[in-house]
Design a protein around this ligand. Structure first.
Ligand code: P1T
Length: 380
């Protein structure tokens, strides 16, 4: 069956008791037991398991082509849970371009725990291989990356990880399972901030992990219950609802994004555009091979530095200045002071997050209106 059919039916079967076609929201903290240790349908307490969350976890696993899904209270909670797979003394090879919050987890939580983190340009598979050392246990990448939209060759990294006995974790938030399925390319674990494309409506914070390997699932499932950063039933349901329209949203958003990226690339006030769908993108050929489309995220550098950024932000009417992405409304983010503010200015400069960098999340407004908004705001 095709993706959009799975997104509507899998894990979201009508309620067997009433026939309700939308999964019920089991807004309960606990479940009555028939006798001591005898649970109906296996549910005991909602931190351990809840039917609405279970439906979401099943849906996420199926959409990613994996066997096991785990839902969390945020993308960061999912990231921390995946990182329980390493132990003090291990080394992580991490992509040198990731969400700032992920970098903060590496530097402020993992490093003090005694885990070493080494950053590499993961779009260069040979550089990743060259960086592997005796302590390396796990490779962590995003593709496309946040905010520079670099791609990594997931199949090549998957083969490398398997050859060298390492775990490959892919944060698939920017692509979503509609555009790319890392487990099929050799990743061991997929991470999501479901806050973004999966939820899709800027109304919920959530995270997820998917894997096909029981020996990875079991310890993370244990951690999920023990640490307790689970989404409530209502938030689980919002993500389930978002998933049903993922394909149509992304198709529309990426059609508009390609048009806007071309418009911006040709605009004299723009210095550089980062969008995997442009032939100028360094990994455009890989994007065509690895992804079903190029997605709804665009980053750009504008001429005139920070003052020009401030002018643009003040003039835009439709692009809302806000963190996050993947919703129905178009958003503008200024990574140096927002999503990547936890990275030092020196490290940001090394990574290429310059003071004139802007990130756009393209929503579902008419492409004509969005282009007109950018045109009027870029006018000097
Ligand atoms: O915000 P949260 O649901 O906890 O997800 C964290 C996260 C994880 N991975 C990636 C690739 C992300 O982009 C994020 C969150 N990012 C933003 C809030 C942002 O505006 O980029």
């Amino acid at each position: 069956m095709k993706f959009e059919t799975l997104a509507i039916h899998d894990g979201q079967a009508p309620d067997p008791r009433t026939g309700a076609v939308s999964v019920p929201i089991y807004q309960t903290s606990t479940f009555q037991q028939d006798a001591i240790g005898k649970f109906r349908e296996g549910f005991e307490y909602s931190r351990s398991g809840n039917p609405t969350r279970q439906a979401l976890e099943a849906a996420l696993a199926l959409l990613e082509g994996g066997k096991h899904g785990l839902a969390f209270g945020s993308g960061n909670a999912a990231t921390i849970a995946a990182l329980q797979l390493v132990k003090p003394g291990d080394q992580i090879l991490a992509s040198d371009d990731t969400y700032g919050g992920t970098y903060r987890i590496f530097e402020k939580i993992l490093r003090p725990w005694g885990v070493d983190i080494r950053y590499v340009d993961a779009s260069d598979t040979a550089a990743v291989e060259a960086a592997i050392g005796p302590k390396t246990a796990l490779i962590w990448v995003e593709s496309p990356t946040n905010p520079l939209l670099k791609l990594v060759d997931i199949a090549a990294l998957g083969a490398l990880a398997h050859r060298r006995g390492l775990l490959l974790v892919v944060d698939n938030t920017f692509a979503s399972p509609y555009l790319q399925r890392p487990l099929e390319l050799g990743a061991h674990v997929v991470v999501h901030s479901t806050t973004k494309y999966l939820g899709g409506h800027s109304d919920v914070i959530g995270g997820a992990l998917v894997t096909s390997e029981r020996d990875l699932y079991d310890p993370i499932k244990f951690y999920q219950n023990a640490a307790g950063a689970v989404p409530g039933p209502w938030d689980s349901w919002l993500v389930l609802r978002g998933i049903k329209t993922l394909k149509v949203r992304i198709e529309e958003q990426q059609t508009t994004a390609l048009r806007l990226a071309r418009f911006l690339e040709a605009h004299p006030a723009v210095e550089r555009v980062y969008y995997p769908g442009l032939s100028s993108h360094p990994q455009h050929a890989l994007a065509k091979r690895q992804m079903r489309g190029f997605g709804g995220m665009i980053s750009l550098q504008i001429k005139g530095g920070f003052p020009a950024v401030e002018r643009l932000v003040a003039k835009l009417k439709l692009f809302l200045l806000a963190e996050s992405l993947g919703g129905v409304e178009s958003l503008l983010c200024y990574p140096p002071k927002m999503t990547h503010a936890s990275i030092s200015p020196e490290e940001r400069a090394r990574r290429g997050i310059h003071d004139n960098l802007i990130r756009l999340s393209v929503g579902l407004e008419a492409a004509d209106d969005l282009e007109a908004d950018l045109r009027q705001a870029l006018q000097v």
